[in-house]
Write a new protein. Structure first.
Length: 367
């Protein structure tokens, strides 16, 4: 819970802003613990991580407050962290100053800046300071969030601010302090009323995910997809044995050293990196690169367009057809920035193939 002192400072500053602007001044409280998987990332982690880096590099100025009376140097910030036993990048909440303007069905928000605070082990408040958003605009546009499976793979931090899919509480609205959660919810219900923030900022209608999976050499089985996966590894193995130049360009000399010159090449696994796209319920796959494991040792990744020149076929199907149709057993290991544990690999594959992509983690949790 934010203490009275910091709360009063924030409200006084917001009232000062209200006198300077015709737009509706709003102060948002963003709690780290209340950010859910469905938002695609933890916005508190994303903002504090980038802003802290920019402050230390001298690319963003940290001030004592929105009034900007005193500038806080990077070394002073680090000293404050050390003396208080706190971390700038690990706060319970952050605060965002904004202006909102509603015109009919249009709801436009403009971010002004951020206030960063924390609490020490004794529960005492630690105020790090304020940063203007003007200094953060370009880095926020360039910064791609560490997206979890529920969101597109190329969302910028600026887009998250524009669209506001994260959880927030309104603690100041139009110069008035909001002290109750019920009042914050009422404002959201009446003023926001389900409107999309900043409709002029386009959102892609295609869902995209970065997906990584492995194809392992499996024991003999009657399962058709497993059999074709084994056959794929076997055909790649034959190709590399017959084309030593390709083998050595992938780092095969290291494998030869491991096996003391016996000249044995066993392809035991493939790791595949792809972009999966979903539009109107139809999924398409773009294979980017493949990493071949020889004798359980990873070779250098090979772009898929070069792999196609290997001319490998499985029962008259080219590798392009095989990967497009996913006609083999695979195990998902990563979606966007999230590593997928082995126990969930099948469920995430099932979710990708049949569930709503904005709720992949919920599908797996509730399966």
């Amino acid at each position: 819970m934010m203490g009275k002192r910091i709360f009063l400072v924030l409200v006084i500053e917001c009232c000062w802003l209200a006198a300077l602007a015709d737009e509706m001044p709003v102060l948002l409280r963003i709690p780290r613990a209340e950010q859910h998987d469905t938002t695609g990332c933890n916005i508190v982690d994303e903002v504090t991580g980038l802003v802290y880096q920019l402050i230390l590099e001298g690319k963003a100025k940290l001030w004592d407050s929105r009034l900007k009376d005193i500038r806080i140097t990077p070394s002073t910030l680090q000293s404050l962290e050390k003396s208080s036993g706190t971390s700038f990048t690990n706060p319970e909440v952050i605060y965002i100053y904004e202006h909102w303007d509603r015109d009919g069905e249009d709801l436009v928000s403009r971010t002004l800046g951020f206030m960063f605070v924390n609490s020490n082990s004794a529960g005492n408040e630690v105020s790090y300071g304020y940063v203007d958003y003007d200094e953060l605009k370009t880095p926020f546009i360039r910064k791609r969030i560490a997206a979890n499976p529920n969101i597109n793979n190329d969302v910028s931090l600026a887009m998250m601010l524009h669209k506001k899919p994260f959880h927030y509480n309104i603690i100041q609205f139009g110069g008035k302090a909001i002290t109750a959660g019920a009042e914050s919810r009422r404002i959201k219900s009446e003023f926001v009323a389900g409107r999309e923030f900043n409709k002029s900022v386009p959102v892609p209608d295609i869902q995209e995910r970065d997906v990584e999976y492995i194809i392992d050499l499996r024991p003999k089985t009657d399962d058709e997809k497993t059999r074709k996966g084994n056959a794929l590894l076997g055909e790649i193995e034959k190709f590399l044995k017959a084309n030593e130049e390709v083998f050595f360009n992938m780092g095969g000399d290291r494998v030869r050293n491991y096996i003391s010159g016996k000249g044995k090449i066993d392809v035991t696994r493939l790791r595949v990196s792809e972009t999966w796209k979903k539009r109107n319920g139809i999924i398409s796959f773009e294979t980017l690169e493949i990493t071949v494991y020889i004798n359980d040792t990873a070779m250098a990744p090979v772009p898929f367009n070069k792999v196609l020149w290997w001319g490998v076929f499985i029962e008259e199907k080219s590798m392009y057809e095989l990967f497009r149709e996913k006609d083999f057993t695979l195990f998902i290991t990563r979606i966007n920035s999230t590593e997928i544990p082995g126990k969930d690999a099948y469920l995430y594959y099932k979710a990708l193939m049949s569930a709503e992509w904005r709720q992949l983690t919920e599908y797996v949790k509730n399966y």
